[in-house]
Design a protein around this ligand. Structure first.
Ligand code: ARG
Length: 459
């Protein structure tokens, strides 16, 4: 049990208390950030005259040695230390002696851990953005490929109006663009350095907080020392953005599962992204999509945990805040895994264009267009709606589609129908006539694809 704070204690910490209190099993994940933060701190202490240049150099080389040894595996991070901060400091003192004891001058573990967590999550936001971008690049390619792939659009999971697969994918593209933007916003807002806040009230040393902020790539120093050590808003914002990403991936997964089902057959997942059954030899299951859908709950859980942990904490630091790590790390790792797998899954799946198109032809997806045809011939929309309703009923009884009716049959229900009805309700017409911004026609989609081309080049 190696602790930094034994001086005022007369007894050893109870073993159970020690284990309960320790965070080394999970905060070792940011050993690198902890060492980088210490390096910047020491450089600043020397620049302001709190440490000598010789002391700075000794500490810096000791810290570099620890980093190199941890990375190469020669130095193991063990549970003998309470947390990663104690591990680094104790190792430094072992290596360089007295100069190492000066590392923690003008610093508390409260601002140290606040810094480490920011550095770690900031780095992961960059990784997450890259993964969202890779997914968008694949989706963008699929949109270009499927600009003429007709399919039914659904409401209530009932066939509604014909669209294209490019249009359907385009909806997810918009969601992921917003996700990417949210991650960028969080990065901007959290990119301020809490180091120098001390335990809660700053320090009496002449620290140059702007210098440490700059050395660590922050936009500046945080402006209130109490808030600096007790702010975890950025963790909550990140978990919220991650929950939204998972919600999007989960909806998309649900569609892939439906499309990949034997009944739909719109897509077929690649063998490399499917799994089999131990008893039913014929099965090829969409387990990856199901797992992504399932893991959504886990990420939502992290958000709820963090909101709840923070809600009753008086200013400033309280130990509750140590609970900011495990679920957050898990959520970040989960989302990174899901994004990468999902991207691979949609990139490799086969689209059954013919099945999608014939499904769009069934189910009266052109009924709205038949009504619009009548409106163009002067029939009020409400009457047109009623007439097409009768047509649909007639077709259901005869088990045919609207374009399989003869002109006489049409005329029996309304004399307004002419020979041009067939062209007006063809799948191509139904899609191509929808030319407003954001609609599925080829011309509309080409405009959106051009916008997205620029967007992807700019991020
Ligand atoms: N392990 C602690 C955490 O993660 C580090 C800060 C400890 N500070 C303290 N005052 N006990 O929050």
């Amino acid at each position: 049990m190696a602790q930094l704070w034994g001086g005022r204690f007369t007894k050893e910490t109870d073993k159970l208390v020690y284990n309960f209190n320790a965070s080394i099993s999970f905060d070792q994940k940011f050993y690198k950030e902890d060492i980088e933060g210490s390096m910047a701190h020491v450089k600043m202490l020397a620049a302001t005259g709190v440490l000598t240049e010789a002391e700075r150099d000794e500490i810096l080389s000791g810290l570099s040695g620890i980093l190199a040894d941890v990375e190469s595996g020669t130095l193991e991070i063990t549970s003998e230390y309470e947390d990663i901060h104690s591990f680094v400091e104790a190792n430094l003192i072992d290596r360089i002696g007295d100069a190492g004891k000066k590392l923690h001058t003008g610093r508390s573990r409260n601002d140290q851990v606040a810094l480490d967590m920011r550095l770690y999550t900031r780095k992961e936001i960059v990784n997450l953005k890259e993964l969202v971008k890779e997914l968008m690049v694949v989706l963008h390619g699929l949109m270009k490929e499927h600009i003429d792939t007709f399919m039914p659009g659904f409401t209530h999971l009932q066939k509604a109006q014909p669209i294209t697969l490019a249009h359907h994918f385009g909806a997810y593209m918009e969601m992921f663009k917003r996700d990417y933007g949210r991650l960028s916003d969080i990065y901007e807002r959290m990119n301020y350095c809490p180091l120098g806040a001390g335990a809660l009230a700053g320090t009496t040393y002449p620290l140059d907080r702007d210098m440490t902020a700059e050395l660590l790539g922050f936009k500046g120093a945080t402006l209130n020392s109490m808030d600096s050590v007790s702010d975890r808003d950025y963790v909550i914002e990140l978990l919220s953005a991650l929950s939204t990403i998972m919600m999007h991936l989960s909806r998309f997964s649900e569609e892939i599962i439906i499309w990949n089902s034997n009944e739909y057959g719109f897509v077929e997942l690649d063998d490399a992204y499917s799994t089999g059954s131990s008893i039913m030899p014929q099965k090829k299951n969409p387990d990856i999509a199901e797992l992504v859908r399932g893991k959504t709950g886990r990420v939502y859980g992290a958000l709820m945990q963090m909101l709840t942990t923070m809600k009753g904490i008086p200013l400033a630091y309280n130990k509750d805040m140590q609970e900011d790590k495990e679920f957050t790390f898990d959520a970040i790792d989960t989302v990174k895994g899901c994004l990468a797998l999902f991207t691979g899954m949609i990139k490799t799946m086969t689209v059954n264009k013919g099945t999608m198109e014939s499904s769009a032809k069934k189910g009266f997806t052109n009924a709205t267009d038949a009504a619009d045809y009548l409106v163009n011939k002067g029939v009020p929309f409400r009457d047109a709606h009623g007439i097409v309703g009768q047509l649909v009923l007639y077709c259901i009884e005869k088990n045919i589609s609207l374009d399989e009716m003869s002109l006489e049959e049409y005329k029996k229900i309304s004399s307004v129908f002419e020979d041009d009805i067939y062209d007006a309700i063809s799948l191509e017409t139904c899609v191509e006539k929808r030319e407003t911004i954001g609609a599925p026609s080829r011309t509309s989609m080409e405009k959106v694809i051009a916008v997205n081309d620029e967007y992807l080049k700019g991020i």
